[in-house]
Design a binder for this molecule. Sequence first.
Ligand SMILES: O=C(O)C(=O)C[C@]1(C(=O)O)C=C[C@@H](O)C=C1
Length: 251
Amino acid sequence: EETVYTLTSVRENLIRQEDTIIYGLIERAKFPSNSHTYDEKYAQIPGFSGSLVEFVVKNTEDIQAKAGRYTNPEENPFFPENLPPSSVPSYPFSQFLHPGAASININKSIWKMYLKDLLPLLATPGDDGNYAQTAATDLSLMQAISRRIHYGKFVAEVKFRDAPKDYEPLIRAKDREGLMKLLTFASVEETVRKRVEKKATVFGQEVSLDSDNDGNQKSKLTPSVASSLYKNGVIPLTKEVQVEYLLRRLD
Ligand SMILES: O=C(O)C(=O)C[C@]1(C(=O)O)C=C[C@@H](O)C=C1
């Protein structure tokens, strides 16, 4: 199936990805902080130096790479070093992006933002011993966030094709600030943040058959955690990907 990329279609894709991220936030919020998951000194895994979450992410990515995950240009691994090639028949993914896209991977920044900024807001303090389960939910949430942020490559390509004459001089001048300004739509960002907060409220609700109880129970997710993730992490990093992409667009 040939995917058609327009500003409307890439924005619809971003909207659908919000759902995945919010479900992921709800799943991670089920567990307490479980700080041993992130503690290199705790893990002590034979033959592996690093924390439990690094162990789970590296090994899962290894299997998913063999199963073909990273042949899709929408996917970017957290540990691209020494990943095995795909072992499965190849699929003809659309060649919509400029080849320079492949060299853009900001997962190191995403990892840091996730652990330092998001987790302290998302997980209540505590330890229930479910470190492997916690790491697995971390991975699927980080993958959802990473996919959304790197989708900025597709957004940038659409914007470039819609207005090459506006982008080309800025790209040639390596004018990051000018590119940032040109690709920014402040009112769209505000709509995104508000919708994300509303989705977090709706998806985080307890559902009961007793209508008197609806909305009275504790939410599974603090809605402002989702909107601040978007405001301070997801949107700025999506824009950073767009700038990086555009800077390579004429190479
Ligand atoms: O919708 C766009 O035009 C995007 O580039 C996506 C996005 C976002 O991350 O949500 C980023 C920059 C724009 O200022 C608005 C929204």
